[in-house]
Design a protein around this ligand. Structure first.
Ligand SMILES: Nc1nc2c(ncn2[C@@H]2O[C@H](COP(=O)(O)OP(=O)(O)OP(=O)(O)O)[C@@H](O)[C@H]2O)c(=O)[nH]1
Length: 319
């Protein structure tokens, strides 16, 4: 039996490669490298292990590597584990990563404090390999289940792309990131033209099929890793493009518009084309304030302008 199998063998449902697509990512944080070494020996065969020797380094690694679980030392100079955990739980990017405290003082006060900052478990030093493996396995399984539920809750049932909740969350995250790095952030807002008439003429089921086609056309584009494409509601879609200035966002919007046009879905009642068309509003800004709503309002204004200008067109502006 390999180490990988032995780690997870307590539960047949938990086979890396089956439910879990890749090796779980584990972050071990301790200011004493020798303690890291002990845990590394336990997990290196079964997990992708990252290490940090200070609180700040732990926060940095966590943002970069997106671990599935963190084993966090409580007593560290500069920033202790409690503070690290508090910071992790306050940021949307890291708040769902389970934290297990590894501590030499198992006082009820410390345990209470740890639970108050939302740690999922405590392990006492010196660690017992069998105990730490079992606890890590339990919390990784819970994380997988929670991820699956979050995934379900993030998808629009009709089109299979992400829903508005995810868009709103990502907008907050990317707004802050672009503000930190002084980079532009663009939003593309898309609305199907005369869709009420489409529904009225072809029926609601055909209307649904049309929305799916539009969503597929959006998905079919080449997007960068941090871009988000969501159904914003009804017949409205929205795309978020971090680190993208107005020009490339306008080019993307135009490519989307022409792709939907080229689908040539008949729309006998449209009035301004023989087919389904979309109107598109684009807005771009380099975030300076806390207020991300102004970017959405600006994209919405541009969309309105595109509708007013005759539909089946793209309008855009920088803030
Ligand atoms: N089939 C279907 N229709 C939907 C769905 N969500 C919203 N709609 C319909 O989309 C239509 C939107 O109509 P309006 O907001 O009046 O806009 P429009 O007819 O597209 O007109 P313009 O935007 O001015 O071009 C409404 O008739 C909604 O019932 C959906 O999930 N499926």
């Amino acid at each position: 039996m390999t180490d990988t199998q032995s780690l997870f063998s307590l539960d047949v449902d938990f086979a890396p490669g089956a439910i879990y697509p890749e090796r779980p990512k584990l972050l071990i944080v301790d200011d004493q490298p020798v303690n890291i070494q002990v845990l590394y020996q336990v997990f290196s065969a079964s997990c992708e292990v990252f290490m940090a020797t200070s609180g700040q380094q732990a926060l940095d690694v966590c943002r970069q590597k997106d671990p599935d679980l963190i084993l966090l030392d409580v007593v560290m100079p500069d920033m202790d584990g409690i503070e690290v955990c508090r910071k992790l739980k306050s940021e949307p990017e890291t708040r769902d990563v389970p934290v297990i405290f590894v501590t030499s003082q198992d006082s009820p006060e410390e345990e209470t404090l740890g639970l108050e900052v939302s740690a999922v478990d405590f392990i006492t030093k010196p660690v017992n390999p069998a105990v730490v493996k079992a606890r890590v396995k339990t919390h990784l399984m819970l994380k997988i289940q929670a991820d699956a539920l979050r995934q379900l809750a993030s998808v629009d049932g009709l089109t299979g792309i992400s829903n508005r909740r995810i868009f709103d969350e990502r907008l907050q995250v990317e707004w802050r990131a672009c503000r930190r790095t002084d980079k532009p952030l663009s939003v593309i807002m898309i609305d199907v033209d005369h869709f009420k008439k489409y529904n009225d003429h072809y029926g609601h089921l055909e209307g649904d099929a049309c929305l799916k086609m539009v969503a597929d056309a959006l998905k079919g584009h080449e997007w960068r890793g941090r871009d988000v494409v969501s159904r914003y509601g009804g017949e409205e879609f929205v795309c978020l493009m971090p680190e993208t200035s107005l020009e490339p966002a306008l080019a993307k919007a135009e490519a989307i518009r022409s792709r939907v046009y080229d689908l040539a879905m008949p729309h006998a009642m449209s009035g301004n084309a023989d087919r389904v068309t979309i109107s598109v509003g684009v807005a771009c800004t380099t975030p300076k304030t806390n207020e991300s709503k102004e970017l959405l309002s600006a994209a919405d204004e541009q969309l309105y302008k595109a509708k007013e200008g005759g539909r089946n067109r793209v309008e855009g502006a920088s803030l």
